[in-house]
Design a protein around this ligand. Sequence first.
Ligand SMILES: Cc1cc2nc3c(=O)[nH]c(=O)nc-3n(C[C@H](O)[C@H](O)[C@H](O)COP(=O)(O)O)c2cc1C
Length: 193
Amino acid sequence: MTKTVNNRQPDADIAPLFTERWSTRAFSSEPLTGEEIKKLFEAARWAPSSGNSQPWMVLYETDGPDREVFNSILRPGNQKWATGVPLLGFFFAKNKRADGSPLSTSQFDTGSAWMSLALQATMMGLYAHAMAGIDKDAAYERLGVSPDEYTVICAFVAGHRGDPTDLEEDLQAREVPNNRDPVGQHATRGVSR
Ligand SMILES: Cc1cc2nc3c(=O)[nH]c(=O)nc-3n(C[C@H](O)[C@H](O)[C@H](O)COP(=O)(O)O)c2cc1C
């Protein structure tokens, strides 16, 4: 069976990558190199999408002049731990094709791009953590994105793991990879009964 590197034990022999990826909140302040950042977005680039429409858009900042604006869009619960993480970005999904027809799977496709990025981070010994806890109106307004053109999906951070004891106590208690429902609860053979 799959060798576990944390408390997670899969029920089938899958690549360890899937259980090794988890959403820590304990990040170090060590910056990501340009090459590391390039690899994260390159992985996202190769995600599948309906008709190869590639309908995702990421706006990100590291320690540049826009970082405070990016930080300000996070809900306070996420600001507590995410504002100092070296890379903070926002995933957007495009709403329509050039001819105005809806891109009906663009949010699903954008999820694929996020997962590719997250798994690439894991393979590099890095961590990525998605956040739906954002002020969506502020995301459009402060990042200069039209809600007619794009739907904001979530924010995310990426970086190196830090010291969990630097987190507030309630967050320290959550620094354990969580478990999953049994697979049969989400995937069943045959029609729904
Ligand atoms: C779209 C999305 C939104 C999330 N929003 C938040 C969030 O706002 N704050 C947070 O701390 N974690 C957030 N998470 C992390 C989830 O809680 C986490 O992925 C889930 O508990 C499974 O744990 P794991 O990622 O460690 O496997 C989010 C994850 C996803 C995919």
